[in-house]
Design a protein. Structure first.
Length: 464
């Protein structure tokens, strides 16, 4: 109770100086202080859900939580959100957050967003014999520009070797710090097919360190520069990227497509042997089982600490109690191209098994980061359905492989994995996933994951 009173007093003091000529920031703090007083100071069991919802989702300040990366624990910290609308054609916002976990891992970042919001004209087509036949009004995709700077320290990462024949017995560990500073853009071009062009430019600064405080050997005790390229030196990298994304909905919203084709260039000016290129094709099909299913995926107009249901909204979506369910079919292919004499650093290579460094679960019955190589192929068939309120059930089947050579990417000799579990989708609160996976040849694996972004929040920069 005393801690809640102190928080309320701090919020009130932070805005008192600006009441005479209140800015947008002062108004935001004053509004949050009022909501906090209404929801959290009168403590009761009935008030707990509303108070928790405010503490974890409100703006400009809220508690930030989420899984940092597999094997690096659950992080907690704080987030600040600001926004400014200079005119009716532009909206800007920024997020700043920092979290740390019990094993010493941490992440801190700043994310700025500028959204172009052109004024759309509504054109109604009428007939001479009756009421309007239909409206041409559609939801206009927005041009979005992002600037960001993020640093992450991961205390415990696993490396088993490269390629599909790496041995579980060769498990080793390392620590890594990566700073990413850059910008990207999403530019809509074909509104009918909901198609956008993507572009990015990033500076990546990586430091790999030995790890001698865990039960497994440190990476340099088992592997060398020849078997783990980039182990002894990690040059700064300029990473460029171009792509196209199609997200149409077909058959009266009974089929939702998300197709991505992306080409990236990783350029190491100080040591060109670590320069390479990468192509990614991600073909995802979602079949909603009900017309009233909500949209919980990332929204480009939100920052990673925001969960607004739509552009301009100030609140996170409420907990839904509608029946919801979907079937997913997905194909993901990643191929890397290195010139003669060049290599792909092991820390920039994608992984399959358990969860990858970005928290994506692929072949979950295997250990985290189990298979690593420059080239990967993954097939997924998934099913998710609500049980009660925000609680749901999911089931997925994965088939995949990694390859040292692009020519080995084919639909044969695939590892497989099955998983089932529970999900928690509580409005804007982070999604909690509890799953148990089996199949394959290396036993079972339980995975607990808390989404590092609020539901509807955009993803942070990829770590590979």
């Amino acid at each position: 109770m005393r801690a809640l009173s102190i928080i309320s007093a701090m919020l009130a003091l932070s805005i008192s100086a600006g009441l005479a000529q209140e800015s947008q920031t002062h108004a935001d703090f004053r509004g949050e202080a009022t909501r906090f007083k209404q929801s959290c100071e009168a403590f009761s069991l009935k008030a707990i859900p509303g108070c928790a919802y405010l503490l974890f989702t409100d703006h400009p300040l809220h508690i930030a939580v989420g899984s940092i990366a597999p094997q690096n624990g659950f992080g907690a910290g704080g987030a600040y959100i600001g926004h400014f609308t200079p005119n009716e054609r532009w909206r800007t916002s920024w997020d700043a957050d920092a979290i740390a976990s019990e094993n010493g891992s941490w992440r801190a970042g700043f994310y700025y967003k500028a959204i172009h919001t052109p004024i759309e004209k509504i054109k109604v087509i009428t007939t001479s014999t009756g009421p309007p036949a239909h409206s041409d009004l559609t939801i206009h995709p927005n041009t979005v520009f992002n600037l960001y700077a993020q640093t992450i320290w991961l205390d415990q990462l696993f490396f088993y070797g490269l390629g599909p024949d790496s041995l579980k017995a060769n498990a080793s560990e390392f620590s890594m710090r990566q700073t990413i500073s850059g910008a990207n853009a999403i530019i809509p071009v074909l509104h009918g097919l909901n198609t956008s062009l993507l572009g990015e430019i990033n500076g990546r600064f990586v430091a790999v360190e030995e790890n001698h405080h865990e039960s497994s050997p440190s990476i340099e005790q088992i592997f060398t520069e020849g078997t783990a390229p980039g182990l002894t030196t990690q040059p700064s990298v300029l990473q460029l990227g171009e792509g196209v994304r199609l997200e149409p909905t077909l058959f009266n919203d009974h089929l939702q497509l998300d197709y991505l084709a992306q080409f990236q260039q990783f350029v190491a000016p100080s040591d060109t042997q670590y320069s390479f290129r990468r192509f990614t094709a991600d073909v995802d099909h979602t079949i909603p089982l009900y017309r009233n299913s909500g949209s919980y995926g990332p929204k480009a107009t939100n920052g990673p600490d925001e969960c607004a249901a739509s552009l301009g909204a100030t609140k996170c979506p409420a907990i839904q109690r509608n029946r919801e369910g979907s079937v997913e079919l997905r194909l993901l292919i990643t191929e890397s191209i290195a010139s003669a004499g060049s290599v792909v650093p092991f820390y920039f290579q994608p992984t399959l098994g358990g969860s990858d460094i970005n928290g994506n679960s692929w072949l979950p019955s295997y250990n985290d980061y189990r298979f690593r190589a420059p080239n990967t192929l993954l097939l997924r068939e998934g099913f998710e359905h609500s049980i009660w309120g925000p609680i749901g059930f999911n089931f997925s089947a994965d088939q995949g492989k990694v390859a040292l050579a692009r020519s080995d990417i084919a639909f044969d000799h695939l590892a497989h994995s099955l998983s089932a579990g529970l999900t928690l989708r509580a409005g804007g609160l982070p999604a909690l996933s509890l799953s148990f996976a089996w199949g394959g040849s290396e036993g079972t694996h339980s995975i607990t994951d808390v989404n590092p972004a609020l539901l509807g929040g955009s993803a942070r920069p990829s770590l590979f």
